[in-house]
Design a protein around this ligand. Structure first.
Ligand SMILES: *[C@@H]1O[C@H](CO)[C@@H](O)[C@H](O)[C@H]1NC(C)=O
Ligand SMILES: *[C@@H]1O[C@H](CO)[C@@H](O)[C@H](O)[C@H]1NC(C)=O
Ligand SMILES: *[C@@H]1O[C@H](CO)[C@@H](O)[C@H](O)[C@H]1NC(C)=O
Ligand SMILES: *[C@@H]1O[C@H](CO)[C@@H](O)[C@H](O)[C@H]1NC(C)=O
Length: 308
């Protein structure tokens, strides 16, 4: 960026110092020494053919430089936002909870020299352990409270541009506009895929509906991974006993601090940051006011189950 500016200023200063002008003038006066005394007014006109190309080319270069410079800048939203401060697409009130940390992954399998398999750095919690109430609690710790109440302004800021009327996001039972956050939605999706490994433990009433959801979850995880674009290198190590190279995935990544985002979500769900419901039980709110259209047959209480 500065390179362009420097070029400009160099060109301007060389003209400003008047060196090229002087050279042109002196050379033209030398060339025209015979005629100049006879026709002094024409001297100035003879200077122009030398100076004008400099001026024109300088302005042209300055214009092209400025054009290239402005074109090379990212769009405004990419300038003021980042992975560490929160993108425009991140929920604005959550951005302050974003901070970066380096995390060394765990749980990668290794092969010893005799070819036997082991896990050198197991995670503190085995999220792929055999199903149990403790394991379900561990997954619940990650994902609980992932659908929170937004106030009207937050709903508009987040969704109006794309969806127009935000009343479609109103939940009568929750008394607010309801939104989840995609990391937690995707984590829950992954949990649903995990549960599918144990159909005898996680009994599913409606297998067809669940199949649709589980396939959606696979699609969600695929897109989520492709979106993250994490290019951390994972080395491979050759194992002579197995005559094959195996990846060592226990490497250090740059991550958004999960604990801080989890804490923010907890506070936002039912802690100090929670938005109070306007009028639970109402079919919909009057926009811009706190009055509600009351609805008698409210059986919307389980709607969050569908949010998976
Ligand atoms: C393979 O090596 C590991 C440690 O490197 C050892 O614990 C294990 O007993 C060995 N297994 C066999 C079959 O030799
Ligand atoms: C986690 O639990 C599963 C099921 O018991 C087991 O197969 C796996 O080895 C465990 N993973 C680690 C890293 O201990
Ligand atoms: C918030 O909700 C969770 C889950 O329902 C509950 O365990 C917790 O006690 C609640 N916290 C507060 C402060 O109400
Ligand atoms: C819905 O939930 C509210 C608050 O938890 C409760 O008062 C109401 O009775 C519930 N309605 C139904 C139909 O279950």
């Amino acid at each position: 960026m500065d390179i362009f500016r420097n070029k400009d200023s160099v060109l301007y200063s060389s003209l400003g110092e008047g060196e090229s002008e002087k050279d042109d003038e002196s050379s033209s006066s030398l060339l025209n020494s015979e005629t100049s005394s006879q026709q002094p007014p024409r001297r100035n006109q003879r200077v122009w053919p030398f100076v004008l190309p400099w001026i024109v080319s300088t302005f042209a270069l300055a214009w092209v430089s400025a054009y290239l410079y402005l074109n090379s800048l990212p769009p405004a939203q990419l300038q003021e936002h980042s992975y560490s401060t929160g993108w425009k697409t991140d929920f604005a009130p959550a951005r302050s909870a974003i901070s970066l940390e380096e995390v060394t992954f765990t749980g990668g399998p290794m092969y010893s020299e005799n070819g036997t398999y082991y896990v050198p750095h197991p995670a503190a919690i085995n999220y792929t352990a055999d199903p149990s109430p403790e394991l379900d609690r561990a997954w619940e710790e990650l994902t609980w409270g992932r659908y929170v109440v937004l106030n009207e302004q937050e709903a508009k800021d987040a969704f109006e541009e794309k969806f127009g009327d935000v009343q479609q996001f109103w939940s009568p039972s929750r008394g607010g506009y309801i939104s989840g956050f995609d990391m937690f939605h995707t984590l829950h999706c992954l949990d649903r895929i995990r549960q599918r490994f144990y159909p005898e433990y996680y009994v599913q009433e409606d297998l067809y509906t669940h199949r649709v959801h589980h396939l959606h979850c696979l699609e969600q995880v695929r897109q989520y991974i492709m979106c993250s674009g994490d290019m951390t290198p994972v080395p491979t190590r050759y194992n002579a006993a197995r005559k094959h190279s195996y990846v060592d995935s226990d490497v250090t990544h740059t991550c958004r601090n999960f604990g801080q985002l989890r804490n923010w979500l907890s506070e936002r769900f039912n802690g100090s940051l929670a938005v109070q419901p306007i009028c639970p039980g109402a079919t919909k709110p009057e926009m811009g006011s706190t009055s509600c259209v009351l609805d008698d047959d409210d059986d919307d209480n389980n709607s969050m189950e569908m949010g998976h």
